[in-house]
Design a protein around this ligand. Structure first.
Ligand code: ADP
Ligand code: MG
Length: 259
């Protein structure tokens, strides 16, 4: 499918000006025992600076794969991927890893913390690798921002799921990435804890102006983003405007209510 770029907005081209992400006709085909699988089939999408995009679609539609491509963890088979001005096709594996350290923050459903490192070390080590002048100081500060100043020397196994995800979030944003990618970050958490993580994510996104792509099964949450991109069978099925984040205090219908 080609997204009709001449039709009325919302379009694959972001409305906020500078594109942090620019995907053009991205295909990803992987071999399997049953033959090649076309996982992504011609995805074109821009994400603007400071924009929040909710990525939705049925299981198996390619959401996680697309996020891996955006993170440079999976390479497209054809088409182009630009992120923060970098053309991924011009970077080798080393170059991609370095780029990721400096420009991309990722949060996964299953936290992906290093079990043998404390909360502080989990956040500090990537900063150290990225050449930050004060990785441990910065890591402590970031853990404070997510309310974990009292858990710095705890290991992941000593933390609750919600606390582990907060460490992962601190790690993801500590290097002030150009983009924060999240793959069902609340999928392993209970409703209240998940809501706290989402509050934190949107707070960081808003306060720092971090661009965000958030995969979620939660329609309300997707709607809280600036745009909602729906995938189906490895293609963009639709792009719709979201409402943006509605704060709990003014949560009525999500639409402006008059009279
Ligand atoms: P989603 O996150 O939307 O549920 P995924 O991106 O995980 O979807 O997967 C999209 C499709 O690609 C699925 O059909 C899945 O089985 C397939 N897939 C994912 N990873 C691989 C792989 N490494 N090899 C072959 N097929 C894969
Ligand atoms: Mg997935």
């Amino acid at each position: 499918m080609n997204v009709d770029q001449t039709s009325a907005s919302p379009s694959p081209v972001s409305t906020t000006g500078d594109a942090v992400v620019q995907l053009r006709d991205v295909h990803l085909t992987l071999p399997s025992d049953a033959g090649d699988v076309n996982i992504l089939r011609g995805i074109s999408l821009d994400v603007g600076k400071g924009e929040a995009v909710g990525l939705v679609g049925p299981s198996g539609s390619g959401k996680s794969t697309l996020l891996m491509v955006l993170a440079g963890l999976e390479r497209q088979s054809s088409g182009s991927v630009h992120l923060a001005g970098a053309d991924f096709s011009k970077l080798n594996e080393d170059g991609l890893a370095k780029f990721r350290l400096a420009h991309v923050g990722i949060v996964f459903q299953s936290f992906h913390l290093i079990p043998t490192m404390t909360a502080l070390e989990n956040v500090a080590v990537p900063l150290e690798l990225a050449g930050h002048p004060d990785p441990f100081g910065k890591a402590a500060e970031e853990l404070g921002h997510v309310g974990l100043e009292h858990r710095l020397s705890h290991y992941p196994g000593q933390l609750s799921g919600g606390e582990q995800q907060r460490v992962a979030l601190a790690r993801a944003v500590a290097g002030d990435p150009d983009i924060l990618l999240a793959d069902e970050p609340t999928g392993n958490l209970d409703g209240t804890t998940g809501e706290q993580i989402i509050e934190l994510m949107f707070d960081l996104h808003k306060r720092r102006g971090t661009t965000m792509v958030l995969i979620t099964h939660d329609a309300d949450l997707a709607q809280a983003c600036d745009r909602v991109v729906r995938l189906r069978d490895g293609q963009v099925e639709s792009i719709a405007a979201g409402t943006g984040r509605v704060l709990p205090s003014d949560e009525l219908t999500g639409e402006e209510v008059t009279g």
